[in-house]
Design a protein around this ligand. Structure first.
Ligand SMILES: Nc1ncnc2c1ncn2[C@@H]1O[C@H](COP(=O)(O)OP(=O)(O)OP(=O)(O)O)[C@@H](O)[C@H]1O
Length: 276
């Protein structure tokens, strides 16, 4: 049986440039997968393809048995820059997303539901503020609330916390983990933050450098849940995971790009499960 998301041999080419090719991976329903790799290997392009905002040059993506042909409300995106509409309040930004899902709802119902979603991310008190009157962390929270509002089956997140200070980032990471788990959502997140991947992911996809990037290996995160950011580094197994990802980023992402190991099959990249 196919996994919930099945990425099947996708490539993205621009004139004179193959950013990535032969990218294959699956995501199980309810799984949290992080994609890690150096700048330019095509992570955002892959996320955009999963969102239906871009199309692969080769291959395709099947979600829940259906090939993706464009954006859909079952896949919500949280962007790196929150991408809020500046002329709308937090509540109206969320309400707008809700109205796409529930076109029949009147204003009062939309208001009420938008406030309820904002409350989930701790922002009920700021519902009437426009983005310019919100801090970076609050704006990103609105972006998350907007994605949650459409009750997507899948959350696609492109470095959603990278612009935030460490403290805000930590609390939002834990909130996203809790909210996606509560909603039984499948999650796909791009991150440059190794600890973030270890905190959130069930599996971490490691990409080689571009051009012609590929999934080099799939690292299984065996750390038990719940994981707490503040104590993560004390958990047995944490340092092994961190070292493995760092080694990959420092050297192997480059060396593997030019010379894949013998027997490497892009359809079935090596699965790495570290001993604790
Ligand atoms: N429209 C385009 N035309 C030509 N090249 C493009 C276009 N869009 C993206 N690229 C190239 O594709 C490559 C991958 O871009 P992408 O943003 O997916 O990478 P990334 O891994 O997400 O990088 P980062 O970590 O810096 O966000 C880059 O080299 C970029 O220059």
């Amino acid at each position: 049986m196919k996994p919930y998301v099945s990425v099947e041999g996708i490539a993205r080419r621009f004139p004179g440039l193959t950013v990535f090719q032969d990218v294959w991976f699956g995501i199980a329903r309810g799984e949290f997968v992080c994609l890690v790799g150096h700048s330019g290997c095509g992570k955002t392009t892959i996320l955009n393809i999963l969102a239906g905002l871009d199309s692969p040059s080769d291959g395709g993506v099947v979600v829940d048995g259906q090939e993706i042909t464009g954006p859909a409300l079952d896949r919500a995106v949280v962007f790196q820059g929150h991408a809020l509409m500046p002329w709308l309040t937090a509540e109206q930004n969320v309400g707008f997303a809700l109205s796409c899902r529930k076109p029949g709802w009147g204003r009062a119902r939309l208001r009420e539901e938008a406030r309820a979603v904002l409350a989930k991310v701790g922002l009920e008190h700021a519902a009437d503020r426009k983005p310019a009157m919100l801090s970076g962390g609050m704006k990103q929270r609105v972006g998350i609330a907007r994605a949650l509002a459409v009750q997507p089956k899948m959350m696609l997140m492109d470095e959603p916390f990278s612009a935030l200070d460490a403290l805000t980032r930590g609390s939002l990471q834990e909130e996203v983990s809790r909210l996606t788990t509560e909603a039984g959502q499948t999650a796909f997140m791009i991150t440059h933050d190794v600890d973030e991947a270890i905190l959130l992911a069930d599996r971490i996809l490691l990409m080689t450098n571009g051009p012609e990037a590929r999934i080099a290996e799939v690292l299984v995160n065996t750390l038990p849940r719940p994981r707490i950011r503040a104590t993560l580094h004390h958990q047995p197994g944490y340092h092994g995971l961190r070292d493995h990802i760092m080694d990959f980023l420092v050297t192997r992402s480059r060396t593997l790009a030019g010379a894949p190991p013998e027997g490497y099959d892009p359809r079935d990249p090596p699965i790495v499960r570290l001993a604790e």
